[in-house]
Write a protein that binds this ligand. Structure first.
Ligand code: NAD
Length: 483
């Protein structure tokens, strides 16, 4: 049986190396957002099963953390090889539960796998330090040790790669992990459980608990054995989990929502900017935390930019992600469609113009037409909230200072994009924007080699790069006296 078949047919959670049902026997339905058909069911677990998973992770911790970095890296590389070898199969499963076009799903699987490869290498560079002595007769050493049992709670919009970004550095650092995937998209996680099992990962090193978010979240945050929570999801839930984690003083990494400005200056290469805007706006049907949310275009090129982006948007093929040639898949659920419709109604009521789209696509259901909006006021909901749909809202500006001030006027601070041919302006604006990641003439900002994360209410902590593994370690001072 293949790993995806195992995930679908067995439909069990993975705790302490065993595939388990919920104690109550209850199950959750997972549906295909494109068709509404049942993809499969998974155990509807709660606090007790989550506690068992945390215990299993704690039991596995001493042996796992005692391995050498190279030994742990061997497991990571085995899992990397398995994921890349099975990328097509995993991509199909991902598209069925999440809806994105197959090519995007495949790219996500590969990008997630790359985190395993990167952290297999990085594990060998987790070093402590020996300090210059501060007094005679003693020495000071700083050890860098794994933080302990880690919990990861992940969203539905990237059901594979968001998990890999957490698991890979955690395992590499010597931590053991309990993952709670989003209930809408648990199968990519369970398929990875099969990969881990086949790679011989010792029992309990990785545990996957499916089920009710609130009770599982309460167990994770209140259980003192969990030393770190890494969460990716909405700002509202991130704040709740941060508050809940305070009583056990856990380390938290929060990868939360965004409201990315995408700034196009008159001197930009407009073809490049339009192409980048199509990717940054319509990839994953706009359901990406780093999606362009507010597109600011210098007034002198505004109409031309709108014309070109409209032309590009109207060429996008909306449909089932499994069908070849699809550019934009469905939104994840009916609530997501209703949210986009409400934002558009509100914008129109406040004087905005719908240049193209604005309605459900011909395919009906959860398919929404690529949409372009102009003339929305800066105070409209569409400018202040994360749209999370295939809707590009474009705003004119006249000066650099004005656009930087408007771009920064948000509680979010995840990613921002700047298009200009003037490298001095790119540098200047890049420094002035209050966001964790800035792309100048580029929107591909997510890579294992670079720190990914936000400022302000978009989160804290970083994933990727050497900083991403540091977050899974604790510094310990060892003072040796009497020398
Ligand atoms: P969400 O916050 O609703 O859910 C995220 C995860 O939290 C899911 O697993 C969900 O089951 C769980 N959850 C929900 N309520 C919980 C609770 N009370 N206790 C414990 N867990 C709970 O977010 P979503 O709708 O799945 O994902 C979309 C959001 O994620 C967007 O805001 C997006 O910007 C953000 N996101 C951020 C990043 C990033 O790296 N910054 C990446 C992807 C997505």
């Amino acid at each position: 049986m293949s790993v995806t078949e195992a995930a679908l047919i067995e439909g069990k959670a993975f705790i302490g190396g065993a595939w388990r049902d919920a104690d109550s026997g209850a199950r959750i339905d997972v549906t295909d957002p494109a068709t509404g058909e049942l993809v499969g069911t998974v155990p509807d677990m709660g606090r007790d099963e989550c506690r068992a998973a945390i215990r299993a992770a704690a039991d596995a911790l001493p042996a796992w953390s005692a391995l050498t970095a190279k030994e742990r890296a061997t497991f990571l590389m085995r899992m990397y090889d398995a994921m890349t070898a099975r990328a097509d199969e995993l991509a199909e499963l991902l598209t069925r539960e999440q809806g994105k076009p197959l090519a995007e799903a495949r790219a996500e699987v590969i990008s997630g796998a790359t985190f395993l490869e990167y952290y297999a290498e990085e594990a060998r560079r987790v070093n402590g330090e020996i300090l210059a002595p501060d007094a005679h007769g003693r020495r000071l050493m700083v050890l860098r040790q794994p933080i302990g049992v880690v919990a990861a709670i992940t969203p539905w919009n990237f059901p594979s790669s968001m998990i890999m970004r957490k698991i890979a550095p955690a395992l590499a650092a010597g931590c053991t992990v309990v993952v709670k995937p989003a209930e809408l998209t648990p199968f990519s996680a369970l398929a990875f459980g099969s990969i881990a099992e086949q790679a011989g990962l010792p029992a309990g090193v990785l545990n996957i608990v499916t089920g009710q978010p609130a009770p599982i979240g309460e167990e994770i945050t209140s259980n003192p054995t969990v030393r770190k929570l890494s969460f990716t999801g909405s700002t509202a839930v991130g704040k709740l989990l941060s508050r809940q984690s305070a009583d056990t003083v856990k380390r938290v990494t929060m990868e939360l929502g965004g409201n990315a400005p995408f700034i196009v200056f008159a001197d930009a290469d407009l073809d490049l900017a339009v192409k980048a805007a199509v990717g940054a706006k319509f990839r994953n049907a706009g359901q990406t935390c780093i999606s362009a949310n507010r597109i600011y275009v210098e007034a002198t090129v505004h109409d031309e930019f709108v014309r070109r982006l409209k032309q590009a948007a109207e060429q996008l093929v909306v449909g089932n992600g499994l069908e070849p040639g699809t550019d934009v898949g469905p939104l994840i659920d009916d609530r997501a469609v209703a949210k986009v419709e409400t934002l558009l109604r509100d914008a129109a009521a406040n004087g905005a113009t719908i240049e193209t789209g604005g309605t459900r696509a011909a395919a009906g259901g959860r398919f929404f037409s690529p949409t372009i909006v102009t003339n929305a006021p800066a105070t409209a909901d569409i400018a202040c909230t994360e749209i999370f749909g295939p809707v590009a809202s474009i705003y004119p500006f006249t000066t650099e200072d004005e656009v930087v001030a408007n771009a920064n006027a948000t509680p979010y601070g995840l990613s921002a994009y700047v298009f200009t041919e003037d490298y001095r302006r790119g540098w200047r604006v890049g420094e002035a924007l209050e966001f964790g990641m800035i792309g100048v003439n580029d929107v591909a900002i997510a890579t294992p080699v670079a720190p990914f994360g936000g400022v302000k209410e978009s989160g804290s902590g970083r994933e990727g790069s050497a900083h991403g593994i540091d977050d899974y370690t604790e510094l310990k001072l060892l003072v040796i006296g009497g020398l």
